[in-house]
Design a protein around this ligand. Sequence first.
Ligand SMILES: *Cc1c(COP(=O)(O)O)cnc(C)c1O
Length: 379
Amino acid sequence: MHGTIPHFDTSAAAGGVLTIDCGALADNYRRLRAQVAPARAAAVVKANAYGLGALDVVPELIAAGCRDFFVAHLGEALELLPAVRGEHGARGLAQPRLYVLNGLMPGSEGACAAAGIVPVINSLDQLARWARTAAARGEKLPAVLQFDSGMSRLGMAPEEAGVIVREGLADSLDILAIMSHLASADEPHNPQNDDQLRVLRTIAAAFPDALVSFANSGGAFLGADYHGALARPGIALYGGAPTAAGKNPMRPVVRLDVRVIQTRTVPAGARIGYGGAFVAPSAMRLATLAVGYADGLPRCLGNRGAAWFEGMRLPMVGRVSMDSLIVDATALPEGALAEGALVELIGPHQSLEDLATAAGTISYELLTQLGRRYHRRYR
Ligand SMILES: *Cc1c(COP(=O)(O)O)cnc(C)c1O
C-alpha cells in the first residue's frame, strides 16, 4: 500500500524550473503601450501565450490595462473566456475582447457569436457567413476585416475592400478594425514594410470609420506610421527582441534552470551520448542534465549549445537525448556541481535570443516548444 507522499520541494520532481516574471511581463506591456500611444496595445496570446501559460498571462495583462486579446483558433479563445469575463463591467471598465486571427471556420459561426468572440474575417465567404449569422440573430456582430497587404498568408485581397463597400457586404456588422500583418517588421530597413503600409492605407481609406490594426512587436518600433490604432504585440511582451538588430529594449520574462541528475569523470577517448558524437579529447568532468528535446530543447543544440553555472559556460557535448543532455563541467572545480543542482539555460548569462541563436532558430519557436514538463513558477 502507498502511504501519503511526504511534503517535499515539488520543483525537484521536474527536470527544471521555468520561472515567469509577471512583473516584467506587465512592464513590457506598459512599455509597448507607451511606444504606440496614442494607439491602443492589444496582446497576442496565441499558442498558450507563446508557451508561458495563457491562463496565467491574461489576468496579469488585464491588470496592466490590456483589453484586447488575439489568439489563433476559436478553441483557444473559448478556453480563455472565463479569464476575460470578470468584474470589469461592474468596475466601470471595458470588457476585454477576444479575437480569432485564423478566421471564421464553417460551422463555428454560432459558437463564436454566442461566446461574443470577434472573428478576424479573412475571406468574402467568411464575411457572408458572419453577416448571415448576424441577420439570423437580429444583432450587429463585431468583426475585424483582415486584408493581405503583401505577405500572401491570410486575409482578403486589397481589391475586395471596394467590393465590400460598394455592395454593403459588411453593413450588418460592427467593423471594429481593418487589419493587416507585416512580413518583415523585425527588419526596420526592409522596403517591404513601406510597400505594405501603402497598400493598407489605400484599403483603410475605404473604411473611414474603422480603426486600423497593423503593428506586431516589430511594427511597434517602426515609427508612428505603422502603429494604426490597435497594435498587436506578441513576442516582445514575453521578453523576445522585437527587432533583429540592436539592443533588446524588453525586460526578460522567462528564466529556465534545469536539474543536474548525475556527474561523472571520463578518461580521454570516452564517447559521449548517442552515436558517440563527441569524443573526450582529454579527461573530462561531465554533468547530465534532466532536460532534452521532449522539453523543447532542439536536438541541433548538441555539440553547440551551453548551460551556465556560477558564471561559467558549460558546453553541451554530444547529442541531445529525449529527456537528458550532457554538458562539459571540466571548467568547474571538482565537486562544485552536485546531483540536484540547478544550472541556467535561459537567464542572466544566456538570453532567450542567445539560446535560440545557438539552436539556429528564433525566440518564438524556442518559447512555444518549452512544453509542459517543467515546474512552473509565476513571480
Ligand atoms: C503572431 C501574430 C502577431 C504577434 O506577432 P509578434 O511578432 O509576436 O509581435 C500579430 N499579428 C498576427 C496576425 C500574428 O499572427
